[in-house]
Each structure stands twice: as C-alpha cells, then as structure tokens.
Design a protein around this ligand. Structure first.
Ligand code: NAD
Length: 337
C-alpha cells in the first residue's frame, strides 16, 4: 500500500483525499489543516486522521474539541509521498519539510514551475515524473489543454494552438473574488500565463493564449483553435477525442447549453460535490475549416486535477505505467459518463 499524506485540506486537498481513499493500492495517512473550520469537521466525519499544519495553531483544534493525530512533520514522516494542496506559494515554503524527511512531494498549479523537477499531466508526460522528488500537477486550465492537445499532437501534429480562456471569477466558496458585474480581459496583455504553462508539459508546442474573467463560479470555458499539420475530418477528430477516458464529448441530444446544465448532469449522476473530472467538449462544436480545428470545452476547475494527482503519486514511486495508473484511477473514482 502506498501511504499518502495530504498537506492542505481545502478545495483541491479534500477532493484528492477522497480520491486517494478510493484507490485499492493507497492508504490515506491523514490530512493537515491550519484551522478547525467546516473542512476540518468534514475530515473528522470521514474518519481521516487530522494533523496540525502549524504548531502555533494546534491549540485551536483543542479548543474546538477536535482530536489531532500529530503535527505536519509527523504526517510527512509517516507518508511515502505527500500531496501539497496549500494555497499558491505556500507549497514552496513547505518544500524544506519534505526534503528533511526525504519524502517525495506533489505540488499544485499555483506553484512556480521552477520549484520542481517536472510539471505533470498524466496523459502527456507521465514518465517524466518517475523517480522525481518534486512534481507539480499543472493547473486546472493547463490540465484541460494538455489532455486535449496530447492526442491531437500525436495523431496529426500541431502547427499552432490559439486558445481564449473564459475563466470563472472564483470558486463557489471564494466569496471575496470577482468580478461581480463585469467582463475582464485578464490579463490584458498577451500571452496569458496559460500558454507558457502548457509549454512546461509540451516544450516545443507553438501556443498563444488569451485570458478573460467573467462573473461565474461554475466552470471555465475554452474557445480553442488548433492549426494541424495533417488535416482530419471533424468526425475523425470526434473518434480520436472520444476514445480518451478523460475527455467527455457532450452529445448534442443532451441539450446541455453551458456549465449550469453540465453541473446538473454531474449531480444527476451522483457525482461527489457535483465534480466533473473530465474535459467537457461540445460534440457539435468540433469543426474543421481548411487546416484549422475549432471547438469549445468546459473545465471544472475544482476537480479536473484530482485524477492527475492520483496518477502522479504512482508515477513518482514507479508503481505503475501511465496506462495502468490512469485505468486504475478512472475505475476507482468512477470517471466516464
Ligand atoms: P484552498 O484555499 O481552497 O485550500 C488550501 C487549504 O490549505 C486551505 O484549507 C488552507 O487553510 C490550507 N492552508 C493554508 N496554509 C497552510 C499551511 N501552511 N499548511 C497546510 N495547510 C495550509 O485552495 P485550493 O483552491 O485548494 O488551491 C490549492 C492549490 O491548488 C493552489 O496551488 C491552486 O493554485 C491550485 N489549484 C486550484 C484550483 C481551484 O480552482 N481551486 C484548481 C487547480 C489548482
């Protein structure tokens, strides 16, 4: 059994914890938290051992009558690998703890790429993480783009990708984020950070990205144009993308017109937290004009990186190859509609 610790039990950490607990080759050692908020209560109710992330704040758990199994260093020492799901920049501050205990660590997309040995997307560069000590699972948007671009690159070759990312202003729980009533070019300058981030996975890929932010919390939406080297038909592209386990082609007959109905669909399917782990590509948007492929895809920012974290755990420890790990993760989590 692979012993996994989670440091940072928020939006991403709590989802990764559940996904790890669902794997039959992994054991969740526990989760580290800074404060006894509702998510600490969630961890307790699920029976996950709770560790105090910051020693000075341990007394808060005592005052809230929540049992603590130890400090974060105890969690790191007891784990074969740690998933750091702390807010952007805190992962870098935590790195010395992981080094001290010689425990391989996975970081999230909010950390800088130069913090780690390699950035990671299971479909695109799984093998690069094998044996690495520090790995960054790329952000929700970069994960969504990498999953899409990998098969296109392999099958047809990509001359150039141009993507406009219409980004949710904040997650549903991020009450301080915005805009509330505006449509922002964000950043105003090109490229947005997403293109260079995709290049941490595909160093030679020619990609331009533009970012926007809108008053929505449910999902991101990408308007994608990929200029291909070999030109397929739209149906050939559908077949190619439809064969990928983490790409969901939204059928026209479902009449799903946006993120709201996608989330309803996920809830109808009993998905935990209404999570959508797959890219959602509108089937009828797939269009080929000359050598240009166009499509729209929606990305659930809170959950698409979760199966990627599970695969990265097996990758760093050399426990499985890409196909085996992705299949095990998908099966245990219940990916695919
Ligand atoms: P979050 O704020 O929801 O959760 C972070 C958790 O870490 C919180 O519970 C916080 O209390 C805790 N924390 C803070 N300092 C800590 C410390 N020193 N030790 C342990 N825990 C600490 O944040 P999130 O949205 O889960 O983001 C985490 C990372 O994942 C970031 O790098 C982010 O960029 C990345 N990410 C977020 C999303 C998203 O949409 N939410 C998507 C993909 C990647």
């Amino acid at each position: 059994m692979i012993r996994v610790g989670i440091n940072g039990y928020g939006t991403i950490g709590k989802r990764v914890a559940d996904a790890v607990a669902a794997q039959d080759d992994m054991e969740l050692v526990g989760v580290a938290k800074t404060r006894p908020n509702f998510e600490a209560e969630t961890a307790v109710s699920k029976g996950y051992p709770l560790y105090a992330a910051v020693e000075d704040r341990r007394h808060l758990f005592d005052e809230a009558d929540i049992d603590v199994a130890g400090g974060v260093e105890d969690l790191v020492e007891a784990s074969d690998v740690v998933v750091d799901a702390c807010p952007s920049g805190i992962g870098a501050e935590n790195k010395p703890i992981y080094e001290e205990y010689d425990t391989p660590a996975l970081y999230q997309g909010g950390e800088d790429a130069d913090l780690v040995d390699t950035s990671f997307n299971a479909r695109s560069n799984y093998a690069q993480a094998e044996g690495a000590d520090h790995v960054r699972v790329v952000s929700c948007n970069t994960t969504g783009l990498s999953r899409l671009l990998a098969p296109l690159q392999e099958e047809y070759g990509v001359q150039k990708a141009r993507v406009t990312l219409v980004r949710r202003g904040g997650d549903p729980g991020q009450t301080g984020r915005g805009p509330i009533n505006d449509i922002l070019p964000n950043p105003v300058t090109l490229p947005s950070h997403h293109g260079p981030d995709v290049n941490t996975i595909f160093p030679d890929l020619n990609i331009d990205t533009l970012g926007m932010k809108v008053p929505a919390t449910l999902m991101h939406t990408h308007s994608v144009n990929v200029q291909l080297e070999e030109v397929p038909t739209a149906d050939e592209v559908r077949d190619l993308l439809g064969a990928e386990s983490r790409l969901f082609l939204v059928p026209e007959k479902y009449a799903i017109d946006g993120a709201g109905k996608l989330k309803e669909f996920a809830m109808d399917h009993g998905r935990p937290r209404a999570d959508i782990w797959e890219n959602c590509i509108w089937d009828e948007s797939i269009t080929v004009e000359d050598d240009d492929l166009y499509l729209f895809q929606a990305i659930h920012q809170e959950s698409d990186v979760v199966p990627e974290n599970v695969d990265a755990i097996r990758a760093v420890l050399g426990e499985a190859d890409r196909e085996e790990s992705m299949a095990r993760t998908d099966e245990a989590m219940g990916l695919g509609f």
